[in-house]
Design a protein around this ligand. Structure first.
Ligand code: AMP
Ligand code: ZN
Length: 464
């Protein structure tokens, strides 16, 4: 599997830290409002990444946080608290807001066939972890207290700007004038690990800590949740490109200061969904949600299909005309699949070729549009019979998750996999001139009521 690593700014071979399992962390939603379809583009890409890793043979352990505390409106740890904004807007408590929008988020992701990560953890459930890490950072002088808040001293971090490729001068020039930094900070870009002197007196979520009653900064939650559930070596960390600075930059600084070694090897970022005014966001333009698409009569999976047609590292412009085109193509695709008839013969060699092509597309930095092309090639193929096509579509849909076989009768994929596996083993035996083994495999297939035929195009089989 090749992936673009934002850290090296290169496409690299993916090599997990340990053979057993890929450890993957994805930044979760801030649950102060509905997710817009831009946010959901990022979760679709992460879902594809997880499923592609599984498709090529890895076991994946994935964790995601739910930000229900501490996400200030401005990334420089200033501005309004997003959760308080939500509570004020709806006249509810922060807890009510968090619960409602967490629920709404998972309803939306379900409609888009985005699988729930194995581990989901709320920011507010991990206060002890933050205290433990912050305390060590204070003890080792990576952090300091100023104006009753605890800050991370970025001058102590190794290669602080490596991930973002930014430099401090640029940032100072680019900083918004209305962003007021705490004057007590050593460096304007030092970031808060723990707030006790909050400008929000009405902050509902507060906890006792050795640093005073307060609440955590935004960045510390992802580092701590990841380290708690996935250990001290993370393979892949994902998010949208807007997370690169300062969020992921700060995560690296504090995690590596805490651990004393490199933390995460691959940083994989999804590009934005844009509207006419630029990056789609909750604060400007039309607020596009999955429910809004449904209310206009769209199938949410047409939006998933639209995302898969483009590469995750390319900006995607949203317009209803493009969604219409995607929906038409998606519907046509489904009706072509519906017309396929399952017979009892699979042309195994040819099917394997398509399987490999599909796999290669995913291994090529998640080239989903090429993966879709392989799917269309399968449908167009005159040699491949319908059963082979249905078998391949079912396999491909494990990653694409477009409900492609929703209307078809179940195919026993495990059984078909076993048959293909035995045929492959028999072919290897034959090429090694081990005819005794080849015959034994033929008999084994016979006993499963599978009759094989060697043809010029490859080995075919029939289920009696
Ligand atoms: P938030 O709920 O604001 O923390 O964002 C959740 C995820 O959506 C993060 O990974 C962001 O990087 C991502 N995101 C935000 N806006 C967009 C957008 N317009 N297109 C794609 N991803 C986005
Ligand atoms: Zn995060």
């Amino acid at each position: 599997m090749k992936l673009y690593n934002s850290l090296s700014k290169k496409i690299e071979d993916f090599i997990p830290h340990s053979d057993g399992e890929v450890k993957m962390y994805t930044c979760g939603p801030t649950v102060y409002h509905y997710a817009h379809i831009g946010n959901l583009r990022t979760y679709i890409f992460e879902d594809i990444l997880e499923k592609s890793l599984e498709f090529v043979g890895y076991k994946v352990k994935r964790a995601m946080n739910i930000t229900d505390v501490g996400h200030l409106q401005n990334d420089a740890d200033t501005g309004e608290d997003k959760m308080l904004m939500g509570a004020k807007r709806e006249g509810k408590t922060v807890y009510e807001i968090a619960e409602y929008y967490t629920d709404a988020f998972f309803k939306d992701t379900e409609k888009l066939n985005i699988r729930k990560p194995e581990i989901i953890s709320k920011a507010s459930d991990n206060i002890d972890e933050y205290i433990k890490v912050i305390q060590k950072l204070l003890d080792t002088k990576y952090a300091y207290t100023a104006g009753n808040n605890v800050y991370f001293d970025i001058s102590k971090a190794k290669d602080y700007y490596k991930l973002s490729g930014k430099n401090e001068e640029e940032l100072i020039i680019g900083a918004r004038e209305d962003v007021t930094h705490d004057k007590m900070k050593k460096n304007p870009f030092d970031f808060a690990l723990w707030f006790t002197k909050s400008k929000f007196d009405n902050q509902e979520m507060k906890w006792d800590s050795p640093f005073g009653v307060g609440y955590p900064g935004w960045h510390i939650e992802c580092s701590c949740i990841s380290m708690k559930y996935l250990g001290e070596y993370l393979d892949i960390h994902c998010g949208g490109v807007d997370n690169i600075f300062p969020h992921h930059t700060n995560e690296i600084a504090q995690s590596e200061a805490y651990l004393g070694h490199k933390w995460c090897n691959y940083w994989v970022h999804g590009e934005h969904l844009n509207d006419k005014s630029g990056k789609m966001s909750k604060s400007k333009g039309e607020f596009l949600t999955v429910s809004l698409l449904e209310s206009k009569g769209y199938d949410p999976l047409s939006y998933r299909f639209m995302c898969l047609q483009s590469h995750y590292r390319k900006q995607l412009m949203f317009g209803f005309d493009s969604l219409d085109t995607a929906e038409n193509a998606y519907k046509k695709l489904k009706s072509r699949i519906k017309a396929l008839n399952s017979k009892d013969e699979v042309l195994s060699d040819k099917a394997n070729e398509y399987m490999n092509n599909f796999k290669s597309a995913l291994e090529d930095d998640l080239n989903t549009s090429n993966a879709l092309t392989v799917l269309f090639d399968v449908l167009k193929d005159n040699v491949l019979n319908d059963t082979s096509k249905l078998y391949l579509i079912k396999e491909f849909d494990k990653v694409l998750s477009l409900d492609l076989l929703e209307d078809k009768k179940e195919i026993d994929v495990n059984f078909l996999n076993k048959i293909n596996d035995l045929i492959n083993k028999r072919n290897i035996a034959k090429s090694n001139k081990d005819y005794a083994l080849a015959d034994k495999i033929r008999e084994e297939l016979n006993s499963m009521n599978v009759i094989i035929k060697d043809t010029r195009e490859g080995t075919t089989f029939e289920i009696k």
